[in-house]
Design a protein around this ligand. Structure first.
Ligand SMILES: O=C(O)CCC(=O)C(=O)O
Ligand SMILES: [Fe+2]
Length: 361
């Protein structure tokens, strides 16, 4: 009998972008060169303040006086409704912890390839080191290396994929993730209040929330005009917390009114975005927003991204409080685990994955 292939998915040969950069710095393999329509626009947007994503001061929401917290809540409402993205400052996470996670992530990416390849991301899966969301030999690739790990609940972890080097990686991820988890819970409470919902609405609904971390390393690229660091997509999460590495070049862009707007890093701030799951729960009042990453000619870039979502067994759909005759129900009910599976088994294509949930009109 013919041997059964290990995986039915054939992704073909994938050049590691860091090795390419070292050995053949001006080579861009064909698989990384985007078709004309997909090529990024770089530095085309004037950085006027009206095109900067909003900044939310969490300390004003938590312990500000009544006026301060009310006005910050209104700002949170318009940030979620009009942008789907904001940066949060005074979020309570120690700068030393933000620095520690960046250090272990960077130390990991700087290891020799053989060491990193001990934790391979199998085609069609989203944990380990490599390229996620690649399903065929002719699919274009992102100019990026990823290390992605399931964190909570524990049963989603694959311990074989947790690197043993650098030595502090695991304990730093644990500490970082538990801090980020509290931040997500806090933010979702204020997001609920901003929608006039009971503050524990999401906490009660989500069960033991699923949390995953993805570290993205984008080496410099001699032709940033030809490649993408990360393909346009919306996140499948309820909310996402994104930390931009200190000293990294500007790389994250969000699609706002059909313009790709770069997100300027603010020191020690965390970028928050609404994921597809919150779009469904809010019946489209707060929408997930398409975003992508671009590369830079001389500088590399690191981002550390946490996805926070309901437990897989949860059934969800638009909250009844957000459906009425003026806001008809736009999404069907479904099992969140099924959506997550659908999300990770399809390539990143803007907001296309959300068609899974949309009621066609
Ligand atoms: O690196 C970035 O800024 C974007 C990362 C991102 O969108 C993701 O990992 O889902
Ligand atoms: Fe994303």
């Amino acid at each position: 009998m013919a041997p059964v292939p290990l995986s039915p998915i054939n992704v073909g040969h994938i050049d590691d972008v860091q090795e390419l950069r070292k050995d053949r710095p001006s080579t861009i393999p064909d698989r990384y060169v985007r078709d004309m329509v997909e090529r990024p626009t770089l530095d085309t947007v004037p950085l006027s303040s009206s095109l900067q994503i909003p900044i939310i001061d969490l300390s004003k929401l938590i312990k500000g006086n009544k006026d301060q917290s009310q006005s910050e809540l209104l700002k949170l409402y318009s940030s979620c409704k009009d942008w789907g993205f904001f940066q949060v400052i005074n979020h309570g996470i120690e700068t030393s912890l933000l620095e520690a996670i960046e250090k272990v992530a960077m130390d990991f990416f700087m290891l020799p390839l053989e060491e990193k390849e001990k934790y391979p991301m199998a085609p069609g899966t989203v944990q380990g080191y490599g390229h996620a969301f690649v399903f065929s030999e002719d699919q274009k690739l992102d100019w990026c290396n990823m290390l992605a790990l399931g964190v909570e609940p524990h049963y989603i972890r694959n311990p074989k994929l947790w690197p043993t080097k650098p030595a502090k990686l695991s304990e730093t991820i644990e500490m970082y993730s538990s801090n980020i988890r509290k931040l997500c819970q806090n933010l979702l409470r204020f997001i609920a209040v901003s929608l006039s919902l009971i503050q524990d609405t999401f906490d009660e609904m989500f069960g033991v929330a699923v949390q995953a971390v993805r570290m993205n390393y984008y080496p410099p690229c001699s032709r940033p005009d030809l490649v993408l660091g990360l393909s346009p997509h919306s996140d499948g999460s309820a909310i996402t917390v994104l930390q931009q590495g200190k000293g990294s070049s500007v790389g994250l862009q969000i699609l706002k009114d059909n313009i790709w707007v770069p997100v300027q890093p603010v020191p020690n701030a965390l970028v928050i975005n609404i994921g597809d799951t919150l779009e469904v729960l809010t019946n489209g009042k707060y929408k997930s927003v398409e975003h992508r990453a671009v590369t830079h000619k001389e500088n590399d870039r690191l981002s550390i991204v946490t996805f926070y979502a309901p437990s897989y067994e949860i059934e969800l759909g638009p909250l009844p409080e957000l459906v009425d005759e003026n806001n008809p129900c736009m999404y069907r009910r479904y099992n969140h685990g099924e959506y997550s599976h659908y999300y990770i088994t399809n390539k990143l294509q803007g907001k296309k994955t959300l068609d899974f949930a949309k009621i066609s009109t």
